[in-house]
Design a protein around this ligand. Sequence first.
Ligand code: AMP
Ligand code: MG
Length: 408
Amino acid sequence: MSDRPLISVAAALELVLGHTRALAAEGVALEAAADRYLAEPLVASLDLPPFANSAMDGYALRHDDTRSELTVAGESAAGVPFDGLLGPGQAVVISTGAVLPAGADAVAPIEWVRESADGHVEVPRAVPERNAIRDAGSDVAAGAELLAPGLRLGAAQLGVAASVGASSLRCRRLPSVAVLPTGSELRPAGEPLLRGQIYDSNGPMLRAAAASAGARVTVVPRAGDTHPAHRAAFAAALAHDVVISVGGVSVGGHDLVRAVQRELGVEEVFWRVAMKPGKPLSFGVRERPGQQPTLVFGLPGNPVSALVCFELFVRPALAALQGAAEPGPAFVPARLGAPVRRNAERDELIRVQRGADGSLTPTGGQQSHQLAAAALADGLAMIRAGEGTLPAGAVVDYLPLGPSAGAC
Ligand code: AMP
Ligand code: MG
């Protein structure tokens, strides 16, 4: 069984995304839509600006009015338009964003105008036609597509939706995720440790990671390394859109995850990827009547392996479930700031910090149990399998850690 060939990182990602379909769309109030993925295009229902208005504080007038002294006929303030018709020899006080009065075709900024005490103004210089006027539709024309489906909604996107009067948006449902730590050695924080026990770091870590990727997360109580405990925990977890179990997926005698998953109807898609850390990763799907299949990730227990597998495969799957146009992982090229030895057989994801000059420096211990060094990192560098050492200055793929990865 363990001599089955490893699959590549790229092939594994393709399989994960190939089994992942976007969840159904739902209406989401604008104030709750930050970081959600848009399911349908946002089309402008009106022109923006909706009316011609002034770009500056000043006076609305007729540009060909050569008289230098004009009578002030009234005021157009933002939200309080001037209702009359501006005639020859007249000016209307206007503020930024206020409606351009009928009859006016230019605005003289206040700095160009001399105001006299008797209700007249002098404009001692020529004012070009349409000066300081923002025409109706000059930002957005009614009917234009403003935002494309698959886009993650940030502040500017929500602002543009609000600007055309949208009070809610069609977004993909958020995935429900069960995080399932396994291992008889695990204890939750707050309890004393007996000999041989350790605190469960993966449960809280994966809860935070999945939540940052938009998931509604349930952490299933830790399953000890017995068959009944695994069965009960997986049976509960499989009701969710995604199961992220951690530990028990390797070749040890107490590694029960894959066997129990199989018993519960999980169809394994792959097991073991040519990467370091994270080699024992498993992925499968389990049909659910009337719903999309549950995606079932079996992450290796070593905390750095779990973190790396999450960023490479689970975060993109969570984005794809939410309909992301580009689910990631969004690697970008970056230079190594120090030489790095390559692994002959497996692509290696090392934990790095990106300096002010953009170069990448490994953050200390790179073994898969060394989570403390990973906690200092701001990203992962992909060191492709090969012989020898990559010199400082070599360009590699860099993946920022956290929510920005895959967000678009
Ligand atoms: P496993 O994949 O179950 O063989 O676990 C590999 C290593 O990761 C072992 O040293 C485990 O004790 C450790 N480990 C597994 N799960 C966790 C967890 N939730 N928190 C911290 N360490 C873990
Ligand atoms: Mg274990």
